[in-house]
Design a binder for this molecule. Structure first.
Ligand code: TXA
Ligand code: MG
Length: 522
């Protein structure tokens, strides 16, 4: 099929209207995104929309009208809330859902007994609907699963050869699809946020709910209030990861990554390849540019993208809702201390892994060094240790580490007492010093119960003989002493079972193993 590219001239709109009235498919601009239209009352034409988009047949379409009163024949009843919203907002980027009338077939409604109706603000869209002389069913004019098109060229990319015509009406004003609200439930519920915000709606009809799936995604056993919620959406080819952080932390984070793109705001100080989507405190600009940016990232061949998180209020809720789906709900939360825990038995080769991670730009915090510092200069901890283990651990007013070790490691009970005093202080100091992408280098990670502080845990393992040899040579101790040390630790299985990743120090290339782990973590 040869797809005609039309303008917004009288002649072209009349032609497009004729195509629609005869059962054809025409893509057209709206103030939100481009729509892919067909006569809503012609089930065969509507079926062709699903085919052109590759859209699942249970995902209903929005019916577009040119005049407010055109909703009446499409629904069972225009409820008072619906009337209030229509009077206040239509024409607008707002879709209302009501129980459907007999005129709406089951293909348009995806088998539901409700129908979604909207009167677009965009002039060209309304002229087209008038020219067609019928209500127009229209989803966004993208291939199912891809970002919605905000420019005619993206419609051409997705729909050329599959539909009769595309009207080029320039860039879309809002850039995210309409707000969808259902009035067919006891409490009006926003199923998809858009440029008509929750706050604007509540000012007209009072409190409304936001469907949980809008911000959190669907739970496995949840039934979708709107079928569109359950399908993969807005997904570019690149893997998108949202970074929840303030401006500075985000900048530091992305600037430490070499293999990725940044999707940030104008003016962000980002040194890796980047695209912007709007300005920091301007949610309308973010909405307008998001889908375009997602498509351009694909054109640029981005494989991995770190996106700066938008605010979730006002139109920001719509921006966040789209971005979180594009990211398949992947978020790195840099507002919490973001440790990668690194642990393993003594002599397994943790030190080598630490050096490699430091070289890659990670902020490696060596817990052993913190322990040493605490023993050397921390009066609060020292006095607690004296209370617990007696004055013999002090020599000339200084803590004698050998004496402390002798008492503290004399029994399991004493070791635990020591740990209870020292570990929390070590972890607190590490949290204080941690910069983004911190690695907590902690042989006693589990004993210190620091696993909850870690986003992911990596353990290093090595064969028993290797460890034995390494620590006798490194620390100048006898085989028996080395064996005693190893035996006092948790066994290897414990480390493996409680870690997310294992680095095997058994001759395999360690750097490749770590690269693969980092690829998964970040
Ligand atoms: O801004 C827009 O709304 C654009 C332009 C073209 O008007 N259209 C659009 O349509 O975004 P579409 O099909 O891509 O998204 C419609 C959403 C889907 O998530 C669908 O599941 C939901 O609305 N929907 C439609 N009818 C529904 C119904 N009866 N009950 C619940 N959800 C419905
Ligand atoms: Mg869509």
């Amino acid at each position: 099929m040869q797809t005609k590219i039309l303008s917004t001239s009288e002649y072209d709109i009349a032609l497009a209207g004729k195509i629609l009235s005869e059962g054809g498919l025409v893509a057209f601009p709206t103030e939100t995104v481009y729509g892919l239209g067909a006569n809503a009352l012609d089930e065969t034409a509507v079926k062709n929309i699903y085919r052109a988009k590759g859209r699942p047949s249970d995902n209903p379409l929005i019916v577009h009208i040119a005049k407010k009163e055109d909703i009446v024949p499409l629904v069972k009843e225009v409820t008072p809330d619906a009337q209030a919203l229509i009077d206040e907002f239509f024409p607008a980027p707002l879709t209302v859902i009501l129980p459907k009338s007999e005129r709406i077939g089951s293909v348009v409604s995806g088998g539901l007994d409700t129908v979604a109706v909207r009167m677009p603000e965009n002039e060209t869209a309304r002229r087209l609907i008038k020219a067609a002389g019928c209500p127009i069913a229209a989803p966004s004019a993208n291939t199912s699963g891809l970002p919605s098109p905000t420019k005619a060229k993206y419609v051409i990319d997705d729909m050329s050869g599959k539909i009769d015509a595309i009207i080029d009406g320039g860039d879309c004003k809002f850039g995210v699809e309409s707000t969808v609200i259902t009035l067919a439930t006891d409490i009006p519920t926003i199923l998809r946020p858009g440029a008509v915000t929750k706050e604007m709606i509540e000012a007209v009809i009072g409190p409304v709910q936001v469907a949980p799936a809008v911000l959190e995604g669907m739970k496995n056993d949840e039934v979708a209030a709107s079928p569109g919620m359950k399908y993969k959406h807005y997904a570019p080819k690149a893997r998108v990861i949202i970074v929840d952080a303030d401006k500075k932390t985000y900048e530091d984070f992305v600037n430490s990554r070499q293999d990725a793109f940044a999707l940030c705001f104008e003016g962000d100080n980002v040194k890796i390849p980047k695209l912007t989507y709007g300005r920091e405190n301007d949610d309308l600009s973010q909405a307008r540019e998001l889908f375009d940016a997602l498509r351009r990232l694909d054109e640029m061949g981005a494989k991995k993208v770190y996106a700066r998180i938008p605010h979730t209020t006002g139109v920001g809720m719509a921006v966040y809702n789209r971005l979180i789906r594009a990211a398949a709900f992947n978020i790195i939360d840099l507002k919490k201390p973001f440790f990668i825990g690194l642990t393993g038995q003594t002599g397994a080769g943790k030190g080598y892994v630490c050096k490699y991670l430091s070289r890659l730009g990670f902020n490696v915090l060596d817990t052993d060094k913190y322990v040493k510092k605490i023993y050397e200069n921390n009066p609060g901890i020292t006095s607690r240790l004296v209370c617990e283990f007696g004055n013999d651990i002090m020599v000339n007013g200084v803590l004698d580490k050998k004496a402390l070790a002798k008492t503290a490691f004399s029994s399991k009970e004493n070791t635990e007492k020591l740990n209870r005093i020292v570990h929390p202080e070590v972890i607190a100091l590490c949290e204080r010093d941690a910069r983004p992408l911190a690695v907590l280098d902690a042989p006693q990670l589990f004993e210190a119960k620091a696993q909850d502080k870690c986003y992911k845990i990596i353990c290093v393992t090595a064969p028993y003989d290797v460890r034995l040899k390494r620590i006798t040579e490194r620390d100048g101790i006898t085989i028996e002493q080395a064996q005693a040390r190893i035996n006092a630790q948790l066994d290897e299985d414990y480390y493996i079972n409680n870690s997310d990743f294992v680095v095997k120090n058994n001759g395999e290339d360690i750097e490749i193993q770590i690269d693969n782990i980092l690829e998964e973590i970040l």
